[in-house]
Design a protein around this ligand. Sequence first.
Ligand code: SF4
Length: 474
Amino acid sequence: MRQITFAPVFREWQRLARGALSSGLAPDEVVWEELHGDQPSLGMFEEAEPGIASPASAFRVPRDFVEMAQRVACHRAAERWSLLYRLLWRLTHGESHLMKIAVDPVVHALQRMDKAIRHDVHKMRAFVRFRAVAHQDQTWYVAWFEPEHHIVEFNAPFFRDRFASMHWSILTPHRCVHWDGAHLTFTVGVPKSEAPTEDAVETLWLGYYGSIFNPARVKTRAMEAEMPKRYWKNLPEAALIPSLLREAPHRVEQMIHHSQQKSAEDYSPAPVPETHSLTTLREAASICTACPLYKNATQTVFGEGPRNAEIVFVGEQPGDQEDLAGHPFIGPAGQLLNRALEEVGIDRKLAYVTNAVKHFKWEPRGKRRLHAKPNSREIIACKPWLMAELAAIHPRVLVLLGGTAAQSVLGSKVRVLRDRGQLMHSEYCQQTMVTVHPSSLLRAPDEESRQQGYADFVKDLRIAADLLSKGNPH
Ligand code: SF4
């Protein structure tokens, strides 16, 4: 009997198994003994140990054996190594088709282990939730997961490819993996207390989850089968599930009620309270159902800024980030607007920023929500909210960003590219002007047109800034 003591690493087992095969050691003559204290892994990311030559294999084994062996090596059971060697021995000693014989006890035992690993791998991919933490002036995303088996290294390339542009760590009790944008590294396991528990990203995700939860399609059993309760403790959205399930019958009734009351072709302008209080208007708009856009959006995104703002900017509609956060112009277009405002000397904190349509209209594209343009009926339905905001603020200067805002305030005859930068009159502001929406600059086909577009945008905003500084009347 020969005892082979080895680091429980797939590559190491593979090297030693080749040696044992070459020496003619039958499975019953070998005891595979894991080195105590080593972290089981595949050795996929380790350099070959200098000075140890792996004997070139004189044996041929099916590719699916190697693939399965890599997965089974992640299993917790200590007997996996001896089972793998037993199968390897028989594959190379006259039973080359053994992998196809599922009723063979060795094949059956290994296939059960393989299935457990595949399941664990899938669950890790589905249930890892990153939380943002500040780390050396940058954002690092950290997740906690408790796998059943030693799958961290096996799964690492999946997370590296999926989250390539982020810096992240996945912490587990047995092994941790880290990605700094260039390299994967592994460290020993840590206790759960080292994982962060909450962040702003999570708040956005909870808002999003609550909004996409469809009460009419709840299948509790299927949900629990796909998302077993033991994973819930690490999922921020799991805390919402009991209350969402409790509310489901009521929300279904509401959905039926709404669909009976109103169809996409039949809806009326929003019912706006007669007030100049922006707080009251915001509260009333938060439950608006005057057009179908509220159904797929997370929340109403009302305008923001001081009631005595001298200048108001109106965009088209909230985008993906605005919908989740509930604030207008905080995404990439908002950042571009901020930059341009700063350049022309307009303090965004003193301006009121809003949209012509208050709910995010989108279409699913894979897992993403792509912006969809609101149609004329939706713009008309939402116009009373915008008019109420303008009536409350009565700005000296009104800047309409893009075609939808221009259409809502000035009607369909206005043309953004033809009329941009010119002063016009509108119902609530005698100094109204049109320019492009900053998101159009982000869509420019190349850097040159992006720069030109941005320069023209700043030029238009400078006209608005000059009007403000001249102190023209309302
Ligand atoms: S988009 Fe406007 S009109 Fe339509 S539901 Fe939302 S707030 Fe109401």
